[in-house]
Design a protein. Sequence first.
Length: 298
Amino acid sequence: MASAALIDGKAFAAGLRARIAEGAAAFAHQAARQPGLAVVLVGDDPASQVYVGAKARACAEVGIASFEHRLPADTSEAALLSLIERLNQDEAVDGILVQMPLPGGLDEAAIIAAISPDKDVDGFHVLNAGRLSVGQPGFIPCTPLGCLMLLKDRLGDLAGMEAVVIGRSNIVGKPMAQLLLAANCTVTIAHSRTRDLAQVVRRADIVIAAVGRPEMVRADWIKPGATVIDVGINRLPPEEGKAKGRLVGDVAFAEVAEVAGAITPVPGGVGPMTIAVLLRNTLEAAHRHAGLPLPEGL
Ligand code: GUN
């Protein structure tokens, strides 16, 4: 019998999108235009195509204009940089997202560096990463900001809590650790070279799993009552007679739910938050661009 409370990211994201829709309508009234997000997809990676389609639909639902740019896999770096420069200058575009990963041959760091930091709604530009690390306002990567929102909603003030982030990517692990530090947690970043990972995780009041390894985090790693946030989305090999395998996180959900105080499910936990926060960041970019304050509750 599971004892942990379920953290319903799907419901929280729906509430956030409703507040964004109100904010976008008020913005359109004040600025006489919709907030705008440009989404750039290079190549035909199937997962990226699904994400980009979902982002465009989510924009439409909240009243954000989306401008999709789908480019062939053999697009040159010069052509991509020139598109980004055009979007940087475009007054109708408040946010720019270049879907990662990019096809081989394109330098992701150079592409991210070309995006105007004021339109970098992914928060991937080094200037925004630096702002986060020194506590200046800037754009914060969507997935970790979504995790922080779920944690604050569940736990309130996080000050003094022990947080262990498993994974050190630039997109999730590192910005997640910065956000938890800014919220006055005691933060450990664990990774593939951490010695006795289970022992490290056992001291955590808050566990963030973001490694991309199916069901790696086990029940005996978890302090009773801890809050567990599972960022992983992994597809298992299909069972016999099935076309597709099950989606699982980085946490062995059923057994960890016996020990944890609260846990995010996969799917329906962190996943729905990422796109909702992207919309939130786009709305923030639009307000900054127009010199307007962001409404409360976002
Ligand atoms: N690929 C996987 N996640 C993301 C994301 O949050 N932003 C972008 N641009 N690409 C991604």
